[in-house]
Design a protein around this ligand. Structure first.
Ligand code: PAF
Length: 283
């Protein structure tokens, strides 16, 4: 497996593959890979000759310094895991902060037609400027034909689609279903940092989302939201940050349901100091 830490070398390798007529899929990650990431890589290999996996903990998208410092960095284990999928058709790009930011670790400022103000944008200041900055940069370096993002970060997926549209970036962005543990917990690199007690209680998040979906069939968004808030008050190990039912396209909270629209419920929860997010399609 080819592993590059430098963008010039990575770009020239990928240019060579493209010159031979190979299509390139791209899976951007922050490492600490799990089966959710592998499912994106497998989909990428199904659709393309080669898949570039970037592994880079992007400092500009963290609003919390401690979260950045504690974010798991497990490059050797990540590479071993990728090898179980393919040793020949995966290319790893694991740059240094300097290679990406060249001593100027700052985000560009973006607007995404208002998508950036909702939910994660409201609760994590500057987060989507950081995501936009790194993903645009990586698209310029890798120049993939297709890029794969998990629906666990559904708002991020919608924002990347908007980034590509507004900046005319020639890449097809493909959203992939959320990968879950057997007990329903959405897979996340952060799960590895949960204590045993928090890990045991964390499936409550998806269980509650599924019940909220059932209730949304007959109840208003406000009533469902109140019900969810009540459930979390009875769960001392989990602290609800937000539960929002939003329009799938605009991500704006729903005021009155319309049969012509589709909705999704979004949730952010603290399990100790670990922040977990999840979402579910409602109709
Ligand atoms: O979803 C992630 O892991 C990150 O936000 C991404 C897309 C790799 C950008 O750093």
């Amino acid at each position: 497996m080819k592993i590059f830490h430098n963008q010039t070398e990575l770009s020239s390798h990928v240019d060579g593959l493209k010159a031979d007529g190979s299509s390139i899929g791209f899976v951007p990650t922050m490492g600490a890979l799990h089966n959710g990431h592998l499912s994106l890589v497998e989909k990428g290999l199904h659709d393309n000759a080669f898949v570039v996996v970037s592994i880079f903990v992007n400092p500009t998208q963290f609003d919390n310094k401690e979260d950045l410092v504690k974010y798991p960095r497990t490059l050797n284990a990540d590479v071993s895991l990728l090898r179980t999928v393919s040793d020949t058709n995966i290319v790893v790009y694991a740059p240094t902060v300097e290679d990406i930011y060249n001593n100027n670790v700052q985000s560009q400022s973006f607007t995404f037609d208002g998508l950036e103000h909702e939910m994660e944008g409201a609760f994590r200041e500057g987060h989507f400027d950081g995501v936009g900055t790194i993903v645009k940069r990586l698209f310029e370096i890798v120049k993939p034909d297709r890029a794969y993002f998990g629906e666990k970060d559904f708002q991020q997926l919608q924002i990347i689609k908007k980034l590509v549209e507004l900046h005319n970036i020639p890449v097809k962005v493909i959203g992939c279903p959320i990968h879950r543990a057997k007990d329903g917990l959405a897979m996340s690199s952060r799960n590895s940092r949960l204590t045993k007690d928090h890990r045991n209680v964390a499936p409550f998040i998806y269980k509650t989302l599924k019940s909220a979906k059932n209730k949304f069939g007959t109840k208003s968004a406000q009533k469902v939201t109140e019900w969810v808030e009540e459930q979390f008050k009875q769960q001392p190990l989990l602290e609800l940050e937000y539960f929002i039912i939003a329009d799938t396209e605009t991500l704006k909270p729903v005021k009155r349901k319309s049969t012509k629209k589709t909705y999704r419920a979004f949730i952010a929860v603290y399990a100790g100091d670990i922040r977990l997010i999840d979402n579910i399609a409602l109709n």
